[in-house]
Design a binder for this molecule. Structure first.
Ligand SMILES: CC(C)(COP(=O)(O)OP(=O)(O)OC[C@H]1O[C@@H](n2cnc3c(N)ncnc32)[C@H](O)[C@@H]1OP(=O)(O)O)[C@@H](O)C(=O)NCCC(=O)NCCS
Length: 196
């Protein structure tokens, strides 16, 4: 393995959007996301992120191939659906840097890349004096979900170790699960960390 990490800002991430779309569809089809994704839809959906001035993409490469990625941007540039959860919770959206996905192909896990994803995105968040908190959200699934693998270990311990606290507010997103005919709503719970 010839692993390297590269960080791209705004439009500079454009050429990696297809790789990111492929990674999202591949990694998020597993529990707990169970996302039945469509690469063309993903590419379109990701387009608007590279147009955001605060967007950051942390890419992990094995040689020339992107095998993992993680993203973030200021919450004021994110979707209003996510912003509104903070407004309802009485938190100023200008003070938040929002982390999108962290996706890494399974063979490459357990080598510290998840830690690098947090480090690089928090470093970007700290470049904005008005930002005091970083956050992400994670899908809520029932513990006895039929598609939960017996070996599945939630990432909660990892996130808590990185300094993130689970909040009592959520947002809703909808997608089609790999075992479903219809799109259904999911609840995603927020995790926050004070960075200054
Ligand atoms: C999240 C993800 C990117 C982490 O990648 P990773 O490179 O394996 O993580 P690391 O090797 O940096 O591990 C980070 C730490 O968490 C620990 N850890 C990793 N997975 C863990 C788990 N399932 N349970 C508990 N601890 C875990 C590691 O031991 C390590 O601890 P350390 O820093 O004390 O050594 C990867 O697991 C992934 O792609 N998961 C699927 C997608 C997903 O759920 N993404 C998150 C939401 S978008």
């Amino acid at each position: 393995m010839d692993l390297s990490v590269k960080v791209f800002h705004s439009e500079a991430a454009n050429e990696y959007l297809e790789s990111l779309a492929i990674l999202r569809v591949e990694v998020f089809k597993s529990f707990p996301y169970l996302y039945l994704g469509d690469i063309e839809y993903e590419k379109k959906y990701l387009q608007r992120y590279v147009k955001s001035s605060s967007f950051v993409l942390v890419g992990v490469f094995d040689g020339l191939r992107m095998v993992g990625a993680s993203t973030g941007l200021k919450l004021i540039e994110e979707d209003s659906n996510i912003q509104s959860s903070f407004v309802k919770a009485g938190i100023s959206i200008e003070s938040i840097f929002y982390f999108g996905e962290s996706v890494l192909i399974e063979n490459y896990r357990g080598r510290g890349i998840g830690n690098i994803f947090f480090h690089e995105r928090e470093k970007k968040a700290l470049t904005y004096p008005e930002v005091v908190t970083t956050c992400f959200c994670s899908v809520v699934r029932e513990s006895n979900h039929p598609l939960r693998p017996s070996t599945y270990v939630p990432l909660d311990v990892f996130w808590a170790k990185k300094g993130y606290n689970k909040q009592n507010f959520c947002c809703e997103m909808e997608w089609k699960d790999i075992d479903q005919e219809q799109v259904t709503k999911k609840e995603l719970q927020f995790w926050l960390k004070k960075i200054r």
